[in-house]
Design a protein around this ligand. Structure first.
Ligand SMILES: [Ca+2]
Ligand SMILES: [Ca+2]
Length: 148
């Protein structure tokens, strides 16, 4: 009986997650929502959505919160601003804010990328876009996308 109710709960959670993501995902675009300078203020994003943000004059970090409604591999990609080249780096944390991946690629035209071999589909992850030490604020926007 206990096992049965756990399965029922899981199915219910899957249906709920599915219906809540019906209007967001691959092909959609979204902007960050400031203030998002800590995990508690993170902008909620969806898998596949192209997210645009900016490290402005008073910004050091932008945080995003994402829950994948499945298990399996995930790539998180960050493109620095092309109009005003700056180096932004990528940090990924689990629901307990433990670092699970990072990418500190310098600005050289390549994207920052964090690969997670098997995400937990029922716990949120936090993504931080942080200004590199040598970089300044910028008017240009970065692009962030998590998916596969
Ligand atoms: Ca920002
Ligand atoms: Ca911010």
């Amino acid at each position: 009986m206990k096992r049965f109710s756990a399965i029922t709960m899981t199915i219910f959670a899957l249906l709920t997650l599915h219906s809540s993501t019906a209007f967001a995902g691959y092909g959609d675009q979204q902007n960050e929502s400031e203030p998002n300078n800590s995990s508690a203020q993170a902008t909620v994003i969806e898998e596949g959505t192209e997210v645009y943000g900016q490290i402005d004059r008073y910004d050091e970090s932008d945080y995003f919160k994402i829950t994948f409604n499945h298990y399996g591999p995930i790539r998180i990609m960050l493109s620095d601003s092309q109009t005003y080249p700056q180096n932004y780096n990528l940090y990924v944390y689990d629901d307990k804010l433990l670092l699970v991946g990072k990418s500190e690629q310098p600005w050289d035209g390549y994207e920052d990328e964090v690969y997670i071999p098997n995400v937990n589909g029922f716990k949120p992850y936090y993504i931080e876009v942080r200004k590199g030490a040598e970089s300044k604020w910028s008017n240009g926007k970065y692009r962030l996308q998590a998916g596969w």
